[in-house]
Design a protein around this ligand. Structure first.
Ligand SMILES: *Cc1c(COP(=O)(O)O)cnc(C)c1O
Length: 405
């Protein structure tokens, strides 16, 4: 394949859920190719990893589009074009972590600005908002985003951002991105979605009306538990400029090797997501009737409060499953987690390996206990990031571990 015949896959894809049309390549084709052409000097099919901090100029200001690597790097440019194509976005700004991307977004606001978000928010985002940005004068309200009227009530004349996370972590609530974006736009508020749990393969918030979509690429996009990264995608030129100004000014830039690892991981995103979803469905259905299990959270159950919405808004139900034990003591959850052999006890999610974690003492420990319990996060709640191993091995592992409950 010569570079001249390489289809230009870095252009915006507009079809909902990435299905192929004759003008837009399908999701899998974009995942493999978008943003990447064979290297013109060698034919290398993978983008080179440009380990460089600066770029030689022919005369002051006369350069090839790159001046200094905090601002841009060609390996990062390839990743940004790829991620933009996956979310159907004009622009993508890649950051050194998911938190760095939310940090940059919050720095665009000024003291007194108000942000509405979910009361079942990723713990790290909650900590960043309340412990870093509240002291700088930003104001936050954490509401039940399932109740659109309650969200409307939380909005004040100073509200600038509605920050949506769906499905949520770890309770797997599902919120209506289209309805919430519409509500935000009625009052000139930016709607942003943390799309980490779904991945762009399962859910495309910009097509549903959101202004910004954010990923911790550490999770499903990277997919192999070997890299930390973040990104924000948007169709807004103004947001692109603001966020690019911030990465240049504040410097939360991803390194070229990190960008390469993400590009490599993304090539199998669609295949991995299908297996994550199949395995999670099998695990959720195994756990639900188990005598030691009180409750299983998975949006694929028909009686999940937002099952129909999830079916409409997502391609499939995702790879995350949470469950509560009949014996709600945290020690009982600890015993089960200590007994698994395939599921590894670890924070994080979205990698090929199955992980088991205890949000109350791990990812959500920074949320005060009363607040945690009030939002429905019980002490025995166990979160599974279901990997791509064999279904029978995952179920056998949980079966033997639950004997410890
Ligand atoms: C992990 C995660 C983040 C933070 O991303 P990092 O890459 O760890 O900084 C934000 N939101 C969600 C939903 C996450 O799971």
């Amino acid at each position: 394949m010569s570079s001249s015949s390489t289809p230009d896959l870095s252009t915006t894809a507009t079809t909902e859920n990435g299905s192929a049309s004759h003008t837009t390549p399908g999701f899998g084709t974009r995942a493999v190719h978008a943003g990447q052409q064979p290297d013109p000097s060698t034919g290398a099919i993978m983008p080179p990893v440009y380990f460089t901090s600066t770029y030689v100029q022919d005369a002051p200001g006369d350069h090839k589009g790159y001046e200094y690597a905090r601002v841009s790097n060609p390996t990062r440019t390839a990743l940004e074009a790829n991620l933009a194509a996956l979310e159907g976005a004009e622009h993508c700004i890649a950051f050194s972590s998911g938190m760095a991307s939310i940090d940059a977004l919050l720095k665009t606001f000024t003291p007194g600005d108000h942000i509405v978000s979910t009361n079942d928010l990723y713990g790290g985002t909650f900590r960043l908002m309340t412990q870093v940005f509240e002291p700088f004068g930003l104001r936050f309200t954490f509401a039940d985003l399932a109740d659109v009227d309650a969200v409307a009530e939380a909005i004040t004349p100073n509200t600038r951002l509605l920050w949506i996370e769906t499905p949520t972590n770890p309770l797997l609530k599902v919120f209506d991105i289209a309805a919430l974006s519409e509500l935000a736009h009625r009052t000139n508020i930016t709607a942003g979605v943390d799309n980490t749990f779904a991945s762009p393969y399962l859910q495309q918030p910009l097509a549903l009306g959101a202004d910004l979509v954010m990923h911790s690429t550490t999770k499903y996009l990277g997919g192999h538990s070997d890299v930390v990264g973040g990104a924000i995608m948007t169709n807004s030129d103004a947001w692109n400029e603001k966020l690019r100004f911030l990465i240049k000014s504040a410097g939360a830039a991803p390194g070229p090797m990190d960008c390469f690892l993400q590009l490599r991981g993304i090539k199998t995103l669609h295949l991995r997501m299908e297996r994550h979803c199949e395995n999670a469905a099998a695990v959720a259905r195994f756990l639900r009737p188990h005598p030691k299990v009180a409750d299983v959270r998975w949006p694929g159950f028909e009686d999940h409060p937002a099952h129909d919405l999830a079916k409409r808004q997502m391609r499939d139900f995702g790879g995350m499953v949470s469950f509560v034990l009949k014996d709600d003591a945290p020690e009982t959850a600890y015993r089960v987690m200590a007994a698994t052999k395939v599921f590894a006890l670890a924070e994080s999610l979205g990698g090929v390996e199955s992980l088991i974690s205890h949000p109350a003492s791990m990812t959500h420990a920074s949320i005060p206990a009363e607040k945690r319990r009030a939002s429905g996060l019980s002490d025995s709640l166990i979160r599974l990031s279901v990997g791509i191993e064999d279904e029978a091995d995952l179920i056998a592992d949980l079966e033997q571990a639950l004997e410890a409950a």
